[in-house]
Design a protein around this ligand. Sequence first.
Ligand SMILES: [Zn+2]
Length: 111
Amino acid sequence: MRCNRCTEPAGWLRRSCKDCARLVEVFNTNRGADMASMMDLLIGTGVGREKIERFLDSDFEGGASVRDHIAADMTNQLLAAFGQSARKTPAEVQRIRKRGSWVHLDRPPEE
Ligand SMILES: [Zn+2]
């Protein structure tokens, strides 16, 4: 079977490859971290940068990408810090992102 995140061969009866399983684990244990910290943690797994990018763009719960989940977590932390109770769901973040201007803001700078 092929990995449902990076599409590389994942092995017999595996839905995701070892690398992506590791990335999901790191992501889940660090929910709420900002994008820069999350990238550091993901890069710290030793998984290649290109694969991490594919992981970030892959679907997570609710049809939004991992990247959108990280952005939604960040937004909600900020809102909470300012005493706001409004919550942004990953799907809402995805809609806002697809609409426009900050489409690349959450990406690490090109090397
Ligand atoms: Zn994978």
